[in-house]
Design a protein around this ligand. Structure first.
Ligand SMILES: [Zn+2]
Length: 393
């Protein structure tokens, strides 16, 4: 715990992780996966320890339907859900795809903002509530768990949002997910919205309250945090933050945020954090889309120290520049990257790691040659170091 941090009394409160990599993530351009790849990813998400796995949008295509069915049959440790619009045909498709799951849940989405109600649906507010109630009641006649997402809640009239949530709870919804579909909200606004919904409905304990944020303004993780601080206990997110447009809340960021700052926040997840990097890498391999090197937690540079001052500091004591250990997210150790900005300490450390102990004279020659080489490239590799050392003889 850092200085000035206030400890939260008692044992941490559990936050449930809902992964939508295979639905919201997979539907975005360049991230499409075939059935086999979806199943492989689902197995890794089970190993990672997510609580709810959204397998897809079954009505969208026969291939997606089949992928959802295979995942529901095989994955036993997570609750399995899939998406439906508020119409029977969609709900029936979800139910036939996931009914064999150990713990199935039907997820219904229907707009709640006036912009969507008027311009997308061409309905009135009361017609939308009626349609949602019918859909929730029908889904509950099939399945014990039904999640309702009032789409574009971030831009909706809060009073109408509360009225909608109340109606869906009465109809039997077991989870209410509040999405900031367009990534528009400020953290303070989104937190206040969640608090208002929780305060506004009678008996909020009837359901799990969840948040689903998008990263259009780079605020998805901050808004998700604001949501849980306001009382939501489920977070919808994706591996590597993939998803529509600028993406969804990044799973690894939320999980590590709650873990690294647990003493302040008093919240925890059941995710095995040592599986975060392997999961991220599997998704990159399956989709062929690399993660940006400076991405928090799972980027190639997230634990790499390149400047001489930082390298020297980390080699003396990792706490100098690290707030979490690479091992905690499934990396072997921090990467000391040799570049033209590196110092002697890091250079000697990497030589030693390669089994190259040089006398002081030879070290001075090697250092000089290293600096000239490093000026010509972004990073000096292990094989280049070996060659450089062998040339000195
Ligand atoms: Zn979304």
């Amino acid at each position: 715990m850092n200085e000035g941090e206030v400890a939260v009394a008692g044992s941490p409160d559990r936050v449930f992780v809902f992964d939508t990599t295979l639905r919201d993530g997979e539907q975005s351009p360049g991230f499409g996966l075939n059935q086999e790849a979806k199943l492989e990813m689902a197995r890794q998400l089970e190993r990672l320890g997510v609580d709810v796995l959204e397998a897809g949008f079954p009505i969208s295509s026969p291939g997606d339907f089949e992928a959802c069915r295979l995942i529901a049959r095989e994955i036993r440790e997570c609750s399995i859900t899939a998406l439906a619009r508020a119409v029977r045909e969609d709900i029936d498709a979800v139910w036939s795809a996931i009914r064999e799951a150990e713990d199935p849940q039907i997820h219904i989405v229907l707009s709640v903002s006036d912009i969507h109600i008027q311009r997308k649906l061409g309905l009135t507010r009361s017609e939308v509530i009626r349609r949602g109630v019918e859909a929730v009641a029908y889904a509950r006649s099939l399945c014990n768990k039904v999640e309702y997402s009032p789409e574009d809640a971030g831009r909706a009239d809060p009073d109408y949002l509360v009225e909608t949530v109340e109606a869906m709870l009465d109809a039997g919804a077991t989870c209410i997910n509040i999405p900031d579909t367009t990534g528009y909200c400020l953290p303070s606004e989104f937190g206040a919205l969640i608090a208002r919904v929780l305060r506004g409905v009678r008996h909020p304990e009837r359901a799990v309250f969840s948040v689903h944020c998008h990263d259009d303004l780079g605020l998805a993780t901050a808004n998700t945090l604001a949501g849980v601080m306001a009382g939501a206990r489920r977070v919808e997110c994706t591996v590597n933050g993939i998803g529509e447009r600028a993406g969804n809340t990044s799973l690894e960021e939320v999980v590590m945020l709650l873990r690294v700052r647990q003493a302040s926040l008093g919240l925890e997840t059941a995710v095995d954090t040592t599986q975060l990097v392997p999961t991220s890498r599997l998704l990159s391999r399956l989709t062929g889309v690399a993660v940006q090197p400076n991405k928090a937690i799972v980027g190639a540079n997230a634990f790499a120290h390149a400047s001489g001052i930082h390298q020297d500091g980390v080699l003396k004591d990792r706490l100098n520049y690290e707030i979490m250990r690479p091992e905690d997210v499934g990396l072997d150790s921090n990467r000391i990257v040799l570049t033209a900005r590196s110092g002697r300490h890091a250079f000697r450390y990497r030589l030693a790691a390669l089994g190259l102990e040089l006398s002081e004279d030879r070290f001075a020659v090697a250092w000089d040659r290293f600096l000239r080489l490093a000026d010509t490239r972004a990073e000096v590799s292990d094989s280049e170091l070996m060659e450089l050392a062998s040339q000195i003889g």
